[in-house]
Design a protein. Structure first.
Length: 440
């Protein structure tokens, strides 16, 4: 991925490199190129779904301008490079009468506004998607030092509020032309401090939500900027679908990033069920349900080697991922497999309390009845194989019991009834039994 060099050093903190959510947000607007006469013909959150350049009314002109901005965002093009491209587009289409056209200073100002506004709002929208996806409990307002700070923005520096506080609906930056403020996420007060937050500064200043009659916005917000860029775009759900439409390297990076974030959330679910079970000091099972993106929907305490679910909880299982602990460390049971298949789960996991083994399976609903029918046959096959090894003194009855379900699931997988795998060490003798029963 290219490493952009921002022409304006004050913008370097934002535009060091493009990132997938930022590009996905901007490209979501390219199907709606809107001709306009004035900058406020499109208002606030409507910018989330439309691209415009004030005064640009012709479709082909707008398309070229949108492509130039897209290149600036997706490839990290500098302001000077964008200006050259802008001049070529203006000349190509014979576009005249636009604000700033008549002087060098005016042209420099206008191109900076187009460049900076699109990059800063797409950046903000992309970061918003990441903040929401990560599920941070707190958001921290950060002001970036500069020669001419907006005093009200500077006063908000370090403000630490819950992610769902109404302040963010109107004050999520950028909050005006050239605003370079930003928001960072934190899991708690201590991590907020490390990010420059002030956990004791946990209420907006008095009058923050009053409306200035001159701007129609709260104090410190420029006219038309009192909204959350990207707030109406469900980027977290859209970005995976957009990956193949991004530049190859960026699309690949997005897929890797999404997979990495999913693995992180999955690992947290493993830790959640195991740590809660171990805190009980018993053989209690816990189960957590995650949506397809890895976000936790609920976590539930069960009993001694079982978890009961409400009808509402069961209804949420279709397409979801169920994670639960097995205190004894054994593999998924037939009941686990049946539940996963009949409820249309994306996957079911069992993790041992010592985290040494993780068992995973996907069961198609149409395979459930065949699986139930075959399990009795599998049980007989595995029992016979294990008895031989016990009689020969190669394994103990306890070892046979511990690996019974794993062997049954492995041969069911080789028979094509389930998709099954184990993460963790499997004894050599177990692998030998599986190969004897179902050769590779």
């Amino acid at each position: 991925m290219p490493q952009p060099a921002a022409a304006d050093p004050q913008l370097a903190f934002i535009f060091r490199r493009p990132f997938a959510e930022q590009v996905a947000f901007f490209r979501g607007k390219l199907g709606n190129l809107v001709p306009t006469a004035r900058w406020d013909d499109i208002w606030k959150s409507a910018h989330d779904r439309a691209f415009m350049v004030a005064g640009a009314a012709k479709a082909d002109l707008l398309a070229d301008l949108a492509a130039a901005v897209d290149k600036a965002i997706s490839e990290g093009e500098t302001l000077d490079e964008f200006r050259k491209r802008f001049s070529a587009i203006v000349e190509k289409h014979g576009w005249h009468g636009w604000t700033g056209e008549t002087t060098a200073a005016g042209r420099a100002w206008r191109t900076r506004i187009i460049y900076q506004t699109n990059l800063s709002t797409s950046y903000a929208a992309g970061r918003l998607a990441q903040l929401r996806d990560a599920g941070f409990e707190y958001w921290v307002y950060r002001h970036t030092p500069n020669e001419h700070p907006r005093l009200q923005h500077l006063a908000w520096d370090g403000l630490t509020l819950p992610a769902d506080h109404p302040f963010w609906q109107t004050h999520y930056p950028p909050s005006g032309w050239g605003c370079r403020c930003r928001v960072v996420g934190a899991d708690g007060p201590e991590s907020a401090k490390l990010l420059g937050g002030k956990p004791d500064y946990n209420q907006p200043p008095a009058g923050w939500d009053e409306i200035d009659p001159k701007t129609g916005e709260p104090p410190g917000i420029d006219k038309g900027w009192g909204y959350m860029p990207g707030g109406t775009s469900d980027l977290v759900q859209e970005i995976e679908r957009k990956a193949d439409k991004l530049p190859p390297l960026l699309g690949d990076a997005l897929k890797e990033d999404v997979a990495s974030r999913f693995r992180t959330k999955l690992a947290k679910a493993f830790d959640d069920v195991v740590s809660r079970a171990k805190a009980d000091g018993t053989m209690i099972e816990y189960a957590a349900l995650l949506d397809e993106s890895g976000n936790q929907l609920w976590i539930k305490r069960g009993g001694d080697s079982y978890v009961e679910f409400t009808s509402e909880g069961v209804q949420q299982m279709k397409g979801a991922i169920l994670v639960h602990n097995h205190p004894g460390g054994r593999s998924l049971s037939l009941e686990d497999m049946k539940l996963a298949g009949t409820q249309g789960m994306r996957r079911i996991y069992a993790v041992s309390n010592d985290r040494s083994h993780i068992y995973a399976a996907t069961v198609r609903e149409r395979s459930v009845d065949r699986l139930i029918d075959r399990y009795a046959k599998y049980d007989a096959e595995v029992y016979e194989a294990f008895i031989k090894k016990i009689d020969m003194g190669e394994i103990t009855p306890s070892e046979a019991e511990n690996w019974h379900h794993h062997v049954m699931n492995a041969i069911a997988s080789r028979d094509g009834l389930v998709s099954y795998r184990v993460i963790g060490n499997v004894p050599k003798w177990v692998k030998e039994v599986i190969r004897e029963l179902r050769p590779d």
